[in-house]
Design a protein around this ligand. Structure first.
Ligand code: APR
Length: 314
C-alpha cells in the first residue's frame, strides 16, 4: 500500500511539497488548509497533472482533519510567512497559535506519525509540535539544515564555477542569523573548500547563506522562499519513505548531544523509515564550538518563549 502523507498548509511551500511527493511517486497526499476551496482546488489541479507527469499518487484536498487519518508523515507548513524586515522571532506568537492547533488536530487522527515542521520560527515551532504531540524525539524534526546547506552549496558552486552536484555542505545550528555554516565540512568532490578558497571568499559565502532567507524575502516583497524549501522537505520525505538512511542536517531534539539538552537544533542525523535513527556528533574546533553555542543560546531564548506560551514554568 502507498504511504499517506499529509501536508498542512496549501500555500507556497505546502503546494511545492505536495507536487514533489507526487512527481516522485512517494506517497498519496492529503493537502489541508484552513481556507475553504484552496486545498481542494490545488489537489484537483495536481491530480490532473498525474497522467502528464506520470504518477499514480492520489491527491486529496480538504479542510477536515478526518481525511488525514492514519498519516505516516505529516508536514506542517501552516503559518504566516515572514514579511520584509521582520525577523523570524516576530512570527513566533502568531505561528505558535497555528502550529499548536494544527498539531492537536493531526494527533486526534493519526496515532504515530512522523512530523516534519517547516513553519517559522522553525526551532521554536518544532519544539512546540513535539511538546503538543507527545511523540518521541525520533519522530519530530524540523526542516532547515537541508535548505540552508543547499543555499551554501549553491553559493559555493557559483563562486567556483563548478557543478552544483559536486558540492556538499553542512550547516548546523538554529535556523536564524546565527546558524553555523561549516566550511571544513563543506566539500567539492571530497575536497574541503578551505583548500579551494581564501578566508574572505568563504566568509562572504557564509554571510550570504546566513541571510539566504531574508535575501529572497527582500526580492519577493510579498512572501518567502518556497521552491528550495519544498525541495528540501521532499528530500527528507524521500529518505524516510524509502528508508534511505541518508545523513542530512535536520533540526532534532538534543538530549546531551553537542552538550545541549531540551532544545531543537540543526545537527547531522541519519534519516530512515522510523525517522531519526541517530544524531551524529562532529569533531569541532574551539571556534566552531563557540559559534554553535552562540546559536544554541539564541534557540534557547525562543524555546523559553514557547514554554511561556504553553504556560510551562521555565
Ligand atoms: N490551519 C491550516 N492552514 C493554515 C492555518 C491553520 N490554522 N493558518 C494558516 N494556514 C495556511 C494558510 O491559509 C496558507 O495557505 O498556511 C498556508 C501558508 O502558506 P503561505 O502563506 O503561502 O506561506 P508559505 O510561503 O507556504 O510558508 C509557510 O513555511 O517557510 C515557512 O516562514 C514560512 O512559516 C512559513 C511557512
Amino acid at each position: 500500500m502507498r504511504k499517506k502523507i499529509t501536508v498542512v498548509g496549501a500555500g507556497q511551500v505546502g503546494t511545492t511539497v505536495a507536487q514533489l511527493i507526487a512527481f516522485r511517486n512517494l506517497a498519496d497526499v492529503v493537502l489541508i488548509d484552513i481556507v475553504e476551496g484552496v486545498p481542494q482546488g490545488k489537489a484537483l489541479d495536481l491530480q490532473q497533472s498525474g497522467c502528464l507527469q506520470v504518477f499514480d499518487s492520489l491527491i486529496t484536498g480538504t479542510n477536515d482533519y478526518k481525511d488525514t487519518a492514519d498519516s505516516d508523515i505529516v508536514v506542517i507548513t501552516a503559518g504566516v510567512p515572514r514579511k520584509p524586515g521582520q525577523d523570524r522571532a516576530d512570527l513566533l506568537k502568531t505561528n505558535a497559535n497555528i502550529v499548536k492547533n494544527v498539531t492537536e488536530e493531526v494527533m486526534k487522527h493519526s496515532k504515530n506519525p512522523i512530523l516534519i515542521v517547516v513553519s517559522n520560527p522553525l526551532d521554536a515551532m518544532v519544539y512546540l509540535a513535539k511538546e503538543v504531540s507527545g511523540l518521541p524525539r525520533e519522530r519530530v524534526m524540523g526542516m532547515a539544515g537541508v535548505l540552508d546547506s543547499a543555499r551554501f552549496r549553491t553559493f559555493v558552486a557559483l563562486e567556483l564555477n563548478c557543478s552544483m552536484v559536486d558540492v556538499d555542505a553542512m550547516v548546523l545550528g538554529g535556523h536564524g542569523d546565527s546558524m553555523v555554516p561549516m566550511p571544513r565540512y563543506t566539500t567539492v568532490s571530497g575536497i574541503s573548500i578551505t583548500n579551494l578558497m581564501d578566508r574572505d571568499q568563504i566568509e562572504r559565502l557564509v554571510e550570504r547563506t546566513r541571510k539566504g532567507g531574508a535575501e529572497i524575502v527582500g526580492l519577493l516583497k510579498n512572501g518567502s522562499a518556497f521552491l528550495a524549501p519544498g525541495a528540501s522537505v521532499a528530500k527528507m520525505v524521500e529518505a524516510i519513505v524509502q528508508d534511505k538512511k541518508r545523513i542530512l542536517p535536520c533540526t532534532a531534539y538534543l538530549n546531551g548531544e553537542y552538550n545541549w539538552k531540551g532544545i531543537f537544533f540543526g545537527v547531522p542525523v541519519e534519516l530512515g523509515f522510523n525517522g531519526i535513527n541517530k544524531i551524529i556528533e562532529l569533531d569541532l574546533t574551539p571556534e566552531e564550538k563557540e559559534a554553535l553555542d552562540t546559536s544554541a543560546k539564541d534557540v534557547k531564548t525562543t524555546i523559553e518563549e514557547v514554554d511561556a506560551f504553553l504556560g510551562k514554568s521555565v
